[in-house]
Design a protein around this ligand. Sequence first.
Ligand code: GMT
Length: 373
Amino acid sequence: MKIGITCYPTVGGSGVVATELGRALAQRGHEVHFITSSIPYRLDVNAENIFFHEVTVNSYSVFQYPPYDLTLASKMADVIKQENLDILHVHYAIPHAVSAYLAKEMTGGRVRIVTTLHGTDITVLGHDPSFTDMIRFGIERSDLVTAVSTDLIRQTQSLLGTDKAIRTVYNFIDEADYYPKPDTGLRESFGIKPGEKVLSHVSNFRKVKRVEDVVRVFQRVQKEMPAHLLLIGDGPELPVIREMVQKQNIQHVHITGTQRQVADLLSISDMKLLLSSKESFGLVLLEAMACGVPVCGTDVGGIPEVIEDGRSGLIFPLGALDETAAGIVSVLKDPKRHEAMRIEAKRRVKEDFHKEDIVSQYERLYKEVLTTV
Ligand code: GMT
């Protein structure tokens, strides 16, 4: 098949999933055309069957704002015609599904649009009345819609009032990148002594990630055992967290900023925390689990579809900080239980979120949508 992919190319779960999917499809012999504003992080444009079409927005003095969505639609239409695309798979309804619809109309309507919902377009923008109709339009005009969790389907249908069929296709990670890595001196470089426990958090530090809760839980854990906290990533809330740590003089918090070698940092962790107030899936959970790290999350969005409470990790109500800390401490104090969770976490990623299985699901959906009129 000839498949176009549009995503936000910067670091972020949706961009990572779209890129990995494109790479895997290309390895299976499909021709994959990325239509994005820059080369997606992790994409090798020289790889076989991979093509990159840059969306360049020119700025004209008549426009107060450069029209990215229209430029994208034009580029999509161009690539659909030139490359004779069968499928245009867009990640995010807004603006990508709407631009894709325009491009389809501009090119005679043969191409099939597949839209994958990742969360923020629904759970944040879906609440904004000025966007609701536009998101619904993008979804309803797509030939096939998938969402990264069943909870996201439920939220989409209830927020937008659409009865469009949406299929769950879970996210996956590349197990060639995420596996338990040997510690080559990282613990020592952070001053972590043998026997001390390590908690970690990876995110883009947006408000919904509730990183303050992560730090508060860590403080509670520290009262029970010597522990360190790795805060990995960057984003708008990072200065707030930095100030919190400094003002309260919280010891053993290591703010690493954005890191390329996240698997190495995860591999020295004993538990990974994702205490978000909104989270459609939580790709970072899979990354940690693949590195053999049990995960602790809130009972929010798609998180309970990823973590099996008590087996591959722990789930607690949002904001239940005492309960969360007590749960973490009880696992960390029980080496047998912790080891069982590590094994279960790795098993779950391999068996239930396996890359090849998920890529095959997308392939089947593409074939299905190509045969329906
Ligand atoms: O979490 C973010 O802020 C980034 C966002 C993105 O666009 O990458 O993540 C969303 O998509 C990921 C990939 O499907 C999911 O793993 C994240 O759970 C989802 N984020 C939210 O729902 C907040």
